[in-house]
Design a binder for this molecule. Structure first.
Ligand code: SIN
Length: 532
């Protein structure tokens, strides 16, 4: 099946904000970055990474590192500096078909490896990821921009999925069902789905891969991973460590480059039995449609529009700290970031003042600089989107309480921003901002808050701040969201299910529920069981 032109544009490989680019050519990159010679810092860090064997630039097919067949490459940039960090193989349909063939072949043996053995290999992978957390963190900061401490935190978070699913591998139980006829025995087997196509975003270059590949390998599936072409280096380093851990050739393949061609190949192959994707809702819908002709399973983790609801009875410090964490993690570039801060009348002014004061203390800069908590946005398109949203809000009567413009550091840095008096007709209330802008929306009653919070097609994460236990239950139950944080702004963990309702996606990742996404249920009926 061939994805239509608009799907091609949308798949683009880039998360949420970048929908026009098909292949990241030098020309298109120069729109986003003033590419330049590498600064000493970037150079010495990438030199160190190269020496450690973790700076890989080729794709991985059937256990071998390979160039693009036509030798094309794409440039990976450091968004904080514009430095070109590496030239990476720009692969397409041909390489993807070979990767699928290798995954298909590897499935025959990997699916038969005992759960105990798969578990040991995954455990070794986890240990290697942790042992290399500093270098992997540096890679994330280099290609994605998030502060080094946060990047190393992502390595721990990403590795936790491999550890968790190394344990879950051993717990894939079937069932025996009481039979309705005396000569029968009814069994349920759980078996791996098959070859999985995993398409992952740039905002979590490791964790969004391990949250998919961990349960896939644990259940006996094999995988073709397509990381974002903006951040392929972390994916390639993680794949190198998977090989070192003993993941057999072909069980994990990595191809990147021409996203539309790769997407088409994954969707059209009858050998690929599942597509798992984290990214924009628009692309998720195209993938769902593209998976229909071959009736593939799909898991989609799509965009959000998270409300953070601060009730009058909240503890002010807890609400400020929680909302700050939920909003400014990864400079606002997560799908669970608070997108709208709903604040009740009685606490609005106090909250707005305390929140703006806390936001003012955030330090913006190159993620390698000590003390920096806010890195750059991923590219120029991301900054332009934020600018458009802020202009729209201000033109409709919202007030900039803090920030509201590009940062004096230039590049793609944007000032941490707080906007007051935001209303539901403004773009930033309706769409995912994916940047460091916190819109404050005033509400009167609990019913108002629930109505405003649910007035969106998205339904991924929501946060509430209250000290009333009855309200906690009532509101948690009424919110049309897949995840709810109460008095807490960072709630993701490998042990809990992650996923959305409404147009925020299908399926769950992480936790025991995350395994089910990679398992087929087979019913086996044994007849003639009374014969001696
Ligand atoms: C995402 O932004 O897609 C993932 C965030 C998380 O895992 O907490």
């Amino acid at each position: 099946m061939v994805v239509g032109a608009s799907a091609r544009a949308a798949i683009g490989g880039c998360r949420r904000l970048i929908t026009s680019r098909l292949v990241p050519t030098q020309a298109s990159l120069s729109v986003s970055f003033q590419c330049r010679q590498m600064s000493m810092d970037s150079r010495s860090i990438s030199e160190k990474l190269r020496n450690s064997g973790l700076l890989r630039t080729q794709g991985l097919i059937a256990g071998k590192w390979v160039d693009a067949y036509d030798k094309k490459t794409i440039k990976v940039n450091n968004p904080a500096t514009g430095d070109i960090v590496a030239d990476v193989a720009c692969m397409g349909g041909k390489e993807t078909n070979d990767a699928i063939a290798s995954a298909y072949e590897a499935f025959t043996s990997w699916s038969k490896v005992t759960a105990a053995e798969r578990s040991k290999i995954l455990r070794r992978w986890y240990e290697l990821l942790i042992a290399h957390k500093e270098e992997l963190g540096q890679l994330i900061t280099l290609e994605q921009g998030k502060p080094l401490k946060e990047a190393i935190g992502e390595i721990a978070y990403g590795a936790s999925f491999i550890e968790y699913f190394s344990e879950e591998a051993k717990r894939v139980y079937g069932d025996i069902i009481p039979a309705t006829l005396s000569d029968r025995r009814l069994l349920v087997l759980k078996q791996p789905v098959g070859v999985v196509g995993a398409i992952t975003p740039w905002n979590f270059p490791l964790a969004m891969i391990t949250r998919k590949v961990g349960p896939a390998l644990a259940s006996g599936c094999t995988v073709v991973v397509k990381p974002s072409e903006l951040t392929p280096l972390t994916a390639l380093a993680a794949a190198e460590l998977a090989l070192q851990a003993g993941v057999p050739p072909g069980a994990v393949n990595v191809v990147m480059g021409n996203a539309p061609e790769i997407g088409d190949a994954l969707l059209s192959s009858p050998q690929v039995r599942k597509i798992t994707f984290t990214g924009s809702t628009a692309v998720g819908k195209k993938l769902m449609a593209g998976a229909a002709p071959t009736v593939k399973r799909v898991s989609l983790e799509l965009g959000g529009n998270a409300p953070s609801i601060v009730f009058d009875d909240a503890d002010l410090d807890v609400a400020v700290k929680g909302t700050l964490a939920a909003k400014f993690r990864n400079s606002g570039q997560t799908c669970v970031c608070a997108n709208r801060v709903l604040v009740q009348d009685g606490i609005y002014d106090k909250f707005a003042e305390a929140f703006a004061e806390a936001v003012q203390k955030l330090e913006v800069g190159d993620g390698f600089k000590e003390g920096v908590t806010q890195g750059p946005l991923i590219n120029e398109a991301a900054v332009q989107k934020v600018e458009t949203f802020v202009q729209d809000a201000v033109s409709k009567g919202a007030k900039v309480l803090l920030g509201g413009k590009r940062h004096s550091l230039g590049m793609t840095f944007y000032e941490p921003t707080v906007i007051g008096d935001v209303k539901s007709d403004m773009l930033m209330s309706k769409e995912e901002i994916f940047g460091p802008v916190a819109p404050l929306i005033r509400f009167k009653t609990e019913e108002d808050a629930i109505r405003i919070a649910n007035d969106t097609n998205a339904g991924l994460a929501a946060y509430i701040f209250t000290n009333n236990v009855q309200r906690t239950w009532r509101v948690s139950e009424a919110l049309e969201y897949g995840l709810v944080g109460v008095n807490e702004g960072i709630i993701s963990t490998e042990v809990a299910p992650f996923g959305g309702v409404k147009q925020s996606g299908l399926g769950r990742e992480g936790s025991k529920y995350g395994m089910d996404e990679y398992l087929e249920i087979k019913y086996v009926c044994l007849g003639d069981m009374n014969r001696k």
